[in-house]
Design a protein around this ligand. Structure first.
Ligand code: CO8
Length: 262
């Protein structure tokens, strides 16, 4: 579907090869209800088959990346309904998207909002970003990666403190702990910076980028030996591409490579 069909997100093209998805439920601080998530999935499905798109920026507003799953939508649900219907299982679709997603986080990234950012490949934060997994304050626990991806990213003791106390943490802490790749300096737009990173990624060979993402992600799933094996096989496979020939030839001839993405 075209971006005109969406009610809770905006889709734009801020730079060549870059698509931007902006969460747009300002009155609810971008709380993630099912409409919003289905729209993210639909947009990504379209972008996945659009050869002009090399990378995606996912962002919210200055005040909120996303303040979590929509509590008002969840509050009256019963066990049988959430279990039988596998409530929120559709949230996992984004993590299977094969092009890089750069999250640009300003303001609140809480609960499902923090988990959504962690499903992305790179997180950039503005100094105003506030992260947290406050689910414990609602009588539940994180359900979309907060006990898993956060622990991988920042370690057990810190993840335990955050998940058990429900306290928020700052952009500065997120950066020191390695959850975000960096905090953009005050006065600089985190979205502009994310578009720059995405633009740079989009300027590379798409097929090499895809293999690189697959390789890094496998570090979270496989043993070191299996991961190194997969990495070497992916590396070998790239010798079957035109872009490997183009890239290495261009280097040897001191030229700029013109990728064919094949
Ligand atoms: N859900 C629904 N509505 C929300 C949410 C939310 N998560 N967050 C904010 N809103 C709404 C508020 O209700 C308010 O609406 P209204 O104007 O109609 O009263 C509006 O947004 C503005 O919010 P506030 O007035 O509260 O704004 P403040 O600036 O005073 O406070 C806060 C901002 C601190 C972010 C506050 O809104 C807040 O604490 N929000 C809730 C944060 C939270 O608990 N998030 C976790 C939710 S649970 C979750 O994400 C579980 C994910 C599980 C995934 C499982 C997958 C299988």
């Amino acid at each position: 579907s075209s971006s005109g069909d969406y009610t809770s997100i905006l889709v734009s093209t801020p730079a060549p090869g870059v698509s931007q998805i902006t969460l747009n439920r300002p009155k609810a601080l971008n709380a993630l209800n099912s409409t919003l998530f289905h729209e993210i999935n639909a947009a990504l499905r379209t972008l996945s088959t659009d050869d002009s798109v090399g990378a995606v920026v996912l962002t919210g507003s200055d005040k909120a990346f996303a303040a979590g799953a929509d509590i008002k939508e969840m509050k009256d649900k019963q066990f049988a309904e959430v279990y039988a219907g596998d409530f929120l299982a559709h949230w996992t679709e984004l993590s299977g998207f094969r092009k890089p997603i750069i999250a640009a986080v300003s303001g609140y990234a809480l609960g499902g909002g923090c988990e959504l950012a962690m499903m992305c490949d790179v997180i950039l934060a503005s100094p105003t970003a506030v992260f947290g997994q406050p689910e414990i304050n609602l009588g539940v626990i994180p359900g979309a990666g907060g006990t898993q991806r956060l622990t991988h990213a920042i370690g057990k003791s810190r993840a335990m403190e955050i998940v058990l106390t429900g306290r928020n943490f700052s952009a500065q802490e997120a950066s020191e702990w390695g959850l975000v790749s960096r905090v953009v300096p005050e006065g600089q737009s985190v979205v502009d910076e994310a578009v720059k990173v995405a633009g740079k990624v989009a300027s590379k060979s798409r097929i090499a980028v895809q293999a690189a993402k697959e390789g890094v992600n496998s570090a979270y799933e496989l043993s070191l030996a299996q991961g190194l094996h997969l990495e070497r096989r992916l590396f070998h496979q790239l010798f079957a591409t035109n872009d490997q020939k183009i890239g290495m030839k261009a280097f040897a001839e001191k030229q700029k490579p013109k990728w064919t993405h094949s």
